[in-house]
Design a binder for this molecule. Sequence first.
Ligand SMILES: [Zn+2]
Ligand SMILES: [Zn+2]
Length: 235
Amino acid sequence: MASAATDAIKRPALNVCSECFREPRSSAVVHGNAIEDDPANYFDGPLMTCANCTRALYCSRECQLASWPYHKGICRQMKKGVLPVVMLHSNPVGVSGPGKMEDCNMPIHDAPMFEAARDDPRHHSPCMRLLGIDLSVVPIPHTTVGDNQWATYFMIDPVTGFAPPMWEGGAVEDVLICRTDGLPMTVQHVLVLGEFFSHVLDAFGTQPVIPDISKRRLIRELRSNIDNNGRGITF
Ligand SMILES: [Zn+2]
Ligand SMILES: [Zn+2]
């Protein structure tokens, strides 16, 4: 059953195995990364796609089997036409760090939040766009207003290190974090991205250069998070 929202569904932006995060050697050469990285980060041959959800990517049958206990929940939801998104709650003013997070489900074919987000440039994460991922952070009207530091992180300008005024501290509502390309966003994803942005933001404070917001860096962050947050997720 096709619709505008499901037609927009794409493959993940990161061309890596969802389990071991290795890249096909061919794509590494295209991006000019083959020299800087350990050869163990690459494999020969194309990525295979999970036949059930057509979203998760694997380098081998072994990785697909190892990933299944972590992937199966999201896989079945997407097969049913339900898209996981995250509700990130605001903290009381003065409280930093992430607020309470909840996995929520949204029907893929009927997602008014996606439509609203698609049309409003203030809700698209500029850093995530550099990674080729169109991610929206949408305030939920009439919810608690306070500090929502991680929502602010997502809206940081990659050149200045500052977020637009509506995202600066003390006045941000609870938000819904979703991808507008129809790929899932779960609490695991947000935890990995929050760590990634924390490290990126450190660079704004310490170096007179624009920090490295690249797919390479996100893949490295994913690899270092495999054991706690990263397992079984796809960007
Ligand atoms: Zn693999
Ligand atoms: Zn799947």
